[in-house]
Ligand binder design. Sequence first.
Ligand SMILES: Cc1cc2nc3c(=O)[nH]c(=O)nc-3n(C[C@H](O)[C@H](O)[C@H](O)COP(=O)(O)OP(=O)(O)OC[C@H]3O[C@@H](n4cnc5c(N)ncnc54)[C@H](O)[C@@H]3O)c2cc1C
Length: 539
Amino acid sequence: MSKIGTPYRRAKLDESDGSYDAIVIGSGIGGLAAAALLAKHDNKRVLVLERHYTAGGYTHVFRHGDYEWDVGVHYVGDLHEGTDLRIMFDELTDGALQWEFMGDVHDRIVIGDQIFELPAGKEALRAKLKSYFENEAAVIDRYIELCENVVRASRGYFAEKAVPSFVSRIGGGLMRRRFVNYASRTTREVLEELTDNQTLIAVLSGQFFTYGLTPGESSFGVHAVVAQHYFEGAYYPVGGASRIAATILPVIESRGGLVVTRAEVDTIVCENGRAVGVKLADGKEFRAPVIVSAAGVPATFGKLLPAELVLQHGLDRHGAKMRPSIAHVCLYVGLKETAEELGLGRTNYFVYPSADYEADHAAYAKDPDGTLPVTYLSFASAKDPSFQQRFPGRATIDVMAPAPFELFEEWADERWQHRGERYESLKQRYAERLLDVLFRFVPQVRDKIDYCELSTPVSTLHFAGYQNGEIYGMAATPDRLCERGLRAQTPVPGLYLAGQDVGLLGVAGALFGGVIAASAIVGRDIGRKVRKQYMRKRA
Ligand SMILES: Cc1cc2nc3c(=O)[nH]c(=O)nc-3n(C[C@H](O)[C@H](O)[C@H](O)COP(=O)(O)OP(=O)(O)OC[C@H]3O[C@@H](n4cnc5c(N)ncnc54)[C@H](O)[C@@H]3O)c2cc1C
């Protein structure tokens, strides 16, 4: 088994003997979860194919010199003992993945000149919010209760995604109804029913960058699930985000499976209307009775599946009402002192110019050189207790903001690191604005930066394969949450979907997208089975 700080083994495709029970396209947490559960709960030998040079999808990390940065894991909630997520992570990793609690305050929401802290623990959060908004105590109670109700209602909604299509046709509406009642409305619509205090609404939706849409655009379903996810605090993987894949891979491979990187699937091979294998970009073909696509719904139906099947089953409709989630820029900062020496805390910052998130976004859409509508600061080297052991005397910071894909699109086909001067100067302008925000909140790092590098939406396209540089799959609008077709079983026999477009965005949502796929394939609720095993062990 790999150790903390040891890059996991990257298998080569010629190690494969070609006979697998299932093929998973994409090694993000959604694909890896599906693969590990099929291996553990159905004795399947699973081949996972990943186009990137490393496994993990958005949970991968990258290194430069003495620095390492995470890409898509800054914090994960709901990981205290006994939660479904913790139990499932322990199952997927055979208990090998450890999590570090981020501490009493995981998020600081900065609105103009005001700072609001979100503490760990539902009661602490309630008390803190009431201390900020003394006249809104009843609203805050109702809000917390509402989020919890929505999360309870989501159980039927997500369970429906794993049942066979004929069951869904008969009982699916009922299973989904309670959640859809909330999910079909925007966050702003629901919050404005609770209060007209716009600052309170801005604070309650102050984590919206973690799901990418302002309250005026996001589904309240996604808002409630994400907000509740962090009620009891947040965690970071010990050893960095790459430990997620590193600890799941052995579970897949010890049962005869294989995870292969630099293996881009070009086409899902279908015969007589059934998915029977995949063809890679280099022409190699692999066959299996079960194909799981964890590469995102737009890529699966827009690129991988033969067009005639897409049309035959009306799968193009999935894209019609939906759009990609936001794209972003991220400044990866490296410093030649430790997080402790620099006084970096673990708390994330969400920095907003004002409480009118929609107006700020609209202004930025018109003038991308103007004020950033939100900037996010994350301090991984302070969150990971093993960082000093792995990278002595170093610290890292991620600074992120949304950025329109269209602004960078002209460089989409240019080679990485060869995109020319205009691209570099656009990057420079973004880097300067992100550094301004960083120095406002962490002024002590001003003269200490040893290295920094900006990723853009075309970097996301290049490394993650998302066509619009989107970071959360399909945008979490009410339409997306209410779309009935986003289920594990597709109308194409043998083809299943996993990952964030089936579950929900975020590490937890995508992981459960993998649980949903595996449950649909084996015809049993694996989540429930794993929980029962856990309860038996504890009894
Ligand atoms: C900048 C950023 C910050 C984030 N921060 C957080 C956070 O703090 N907390 C949190 O919970 N979530 C966060 N997220 C979201 C979270 O990382 C994702 O929602 C989740 O990891 C998605 O998992 P997935 O398996 O569905 O997809 P992905 O991780 O995108 O995996 C899909 C995989 O499929 C591969 N693939 C695509 N096409 C092919 C093909 N044709 N052949 C082979 N392979 C293919 C891709 O290379 C990729 O590895 C963040 C995301 C980003 C980008």
